[in-house]
Design a protein around this ligand. Sequence first.
Ligand SMILES: Cc1ncc(COP(=O)(O)O)c(C=O)c1O
Length: 375
Amino acid sequence: MRIAEFELERYFARWEFAVRHLLCASDVEGWPMGELLALADDETAALWRDLRLGYTEAHGHPLLRREIASLYETAAPDDILVLSGAEEGIFALVNVLVGAGDHAIVTWPGYQSLYEVGRGCGADVTLHELREDAGWAIDVELLRRQVTSRTRLVVINAPHNPTGMLPDRATFDAVVDIAAEAGAHLLVDEVYRYLEVDEADRLPAGVDAGSHVISLGVMSKSFAMAGLRIGWLATRDADVLRRVAAFKDYTTICASAPSEILSIIGLRARDTVLGRSRSIVRDGLAAVDDLIQRRQDDLAWIRPRGGSIGFPRLRAGLDADRFAADLVEAEGVLLLPGSRFGHPGNHFRIGFGRTDVVAAIAGLERHLARVRASG
Ligand SMILES: Cc1ncc(COP(=O)(O)O)c(C=O)c1O
C-alpha cells in the first residue's frame, strides 16, 4: 500500500517531546502508573503480580473484553476485538471494508487516518466538509446526496477532533439511517466519548445503534492512558470482526500483555478514572474560555461540546502556521495549525486536557500581545 504521510503525526514526531508546553495535545494528562496500580482489586492485583510475558489472546484478554463490553448496552464480549490503539482499529477496519471501486464518506477536517487509509486502499473517498459557519455540524442533506451505489463505509468522529463538535441526537440517528439505507457500514470514532461538556448530550454508542455500526474506543483519550496503546472495535457484525481479526495477524497479532492488565484495572475503576479526566478537561476548558473572552479581538471559536480539544480561529490576517512557529520559538508552547488537517489558514487546534494549560496559555497570551504590538 502507498499512503500519504500523516501530517499531524509527523508534526508531533518533530515537536511533542521538544517543547515546554503541549497546548494542542488531544489526550488527557496520563495516569501515573503507581496510582493506577493502587486502583487494582484483588483479582487484578494478582493478574498483575503473576503476569507472564508471553503472547496474549488474539482477540484480547477475556476479562478485558468483558470490561469493554460492559461500556455498551448491547455488546457481548464476543462483539469486542482488542487492538493496539485506536489507530490499528482504523487501519484494519478500513482495509477490510473498502478497496478499489468502493466509495467511502468521511467527515473533514478530521483525524487523517480516517480518510487516508481508505485512499491508500484504492477507494474513492468523499470528504464530508464540516464548516465553521454551520457550527462544524454534520449536514444530513449533504450526506444523503454524497451516498452512491458504491458507498460501503461512512465515518464520523464524535466528539470530534479537532473541533469538539458533537452531533445532536437527531443528526446522529439520521447518519445511522443513511448508512443503513445505503447498505454501508458506519464507523463511529468514539475515542473522546465520556468527555461531553454536558453529560446529557452523550450519544448512544454506535454499536448500540445498529448491527451495521462499529464503535471505535481506546484507553488513550478519556481514560487518560495513551501509553498503554490499547484500543478496540465493538460491533454486532460478527463477520466484520472476524475479518478484522484475520487482518490483525499481519499487523500486531495480539496486544501487549502488561497493557491489557493495566487496561482491565483502569476500566474497572472507570468512575474514578473518568471523573479525574472530566475534572481536568472542565478546568482546562474554563481556562480557554477565559482566554478567548479576554482576547476577543484576536481569537474566536465555536465552543466544543465534547472532547479535550477545540479549533479556534486567529483574527483575519494572521496565519496559523507562522503564528505557531513563532510561538514555539518564543515561548516553547506548541499549537497545531489547521494546515496539519489539510485546512490551511488561521485555525489551530488547542488542547485543554493537560494540567499545565494555565501556564501554556500565559505563554500564548504573551505572544498574542507581542504580535499585536508589532502591528
Ligand atoms: C479521532 C481520533 N481517532 C483515533 C485516534 C488514534 O488514537 P490512538 O493514538 O490512541 O491510537 C486519535 C488520536 O489522536 C483521534 O484523535
